[in-house]
Design a binder for this molecule. Structure first.
Ligand code: SF4
Length: 305
């Protein structure tokens, strides 16, 4: 492992590479990254990178595509290009065009967990940390289409007290966490607070003390007086949380909260990726230009006070 890390560190210097990792990545991948964050944090970071020739993206395809859209003059590489997101694949651009045709004039809000082609058909993107703010910013329009995650959409509906027209996509990993598991774990750990992600089902969210994006979870644990949390999102976040708050006890709510795609990236693949400059993620110019409008609109609304 030490030789592998030494090789990666040499190669990243030689290649002038920056390594970005999502909080759902394995601990050893997070530990070597230049920046670890949620999809919003990584989007912002990708847009701000000034002094690197290469971006190595340790996450899933839609995230690397977003980095490529925001960095058209840099190579964006994925150590394992097969790391996809089943939720993102639950809607195609053609299906979205049909959905829009059924609701003429309604703006489309697209969760960043979507392909570049779907973003290109959307008016504005959102992440789990800013979805409420983005939908609110659209004002009092009669209909808003929300794709692809129905559960994040239901979370936004609850916060804003309004209905959205939801696409019926979902995250298969977060779907596995049911309310009965939380009730059982609360009985075993009565002093613990429960945090879940808005990609979980509404009845699961109803059992939680906090429904937060991963970035918001990290901010909360840095400031809280609570000493024990039950965690209802992908297990990789526990490493991030433990580093942010070493004195807090974090407990996984379930053994099923492991996204197989997020775990495809390994140190060996990162080394090979730096050596071979493979695999480059690209987005066709016309798709990237349209998707960028939706991403930039999200970044602009999200930065508003
Ligand atoms: S955790 Fe869910 S939403 Fe995230 S990449 Fe995996 S399948 Fe997609």
């Amino acid at each position: 492992m030490e030789t592998l890390l030494a090789d990666i560190n040499r190669l990243r210097r030689e290649r002038r590479a920056v390594i970005l990792a999502h909080t759902y990545q394995a601990p050893e991948v997070q530990d070597l990254a230049d920046f670890v964050g949620d999809s919003y944090g990584l989007s912002v970071k990708a847009a701000q990178i000034a002094d690197a020739d290469l971006i190595v993206f340790c996450g899933v395809q839609f995230m690397a595509e977003t980095a490529a859209i925001l960095n058209p003059d840099r190579e964006v590489l994925m150590p394992d290009p097969e790391a996809g997101c089943p939720m993102a694949d639950m809607i195609t651009a053609e299906q979205l065009r049909q959905f829009k045709a059924e609701h003429p004039g309604a703006p489309v809000v697209c969760y960043v967990n979507s392909t570049a082609e779907v973003k290109a058909e959307s008016d504005v993107c959102c992440t789990s940390s800013n979805a409420v703010k983005i939908v609110r910013a659209l004002g009092d329009v009669p209909e808003v289409l929300f794709v692809p995650d129905q559960y994040l959409g239901r979370f936004v509906e609850k916060q804003l007290g309004r209905r959205l027209v939801l696409w019926e996509g979902f995250c298969p990993t977060h779907y596995t966490l049911g309310p009965e598991t939380i009730r059982k774990m609360k009985r075993l750990h009565p002093d613990a607070k429960v945090m879940v992600h808005p990609e979980t089902r509404p009845e699961t969210q109803d059992e939680a003390d906090y429904v937060l994006s991963t970035g918001q979870m990290v901010e909360l644990v840095k400031a809280t007086a609570h000493r024990q949390f039950l965690i209802g999102t992908e297990e990789g976040i526990i490493h991030t949380l433990q580093k942010a708050a070493p004195d807090i006890d974090f407990i996984r709510l379930s053994d099923f909260l492991r996204c197989p795609n997020m775990k495809k990236t390994t140190l060996a693949k990162i080394k090979t990726c730096l050596e071979t400059r493979q695999t480059r993620i690209t987005v066709p110019d016309d798709v990237a230009a349209k998707a960028r409008v939706a991403i930039d609109r999200m970044l602009e609304i999200s930065a508003r006070k």
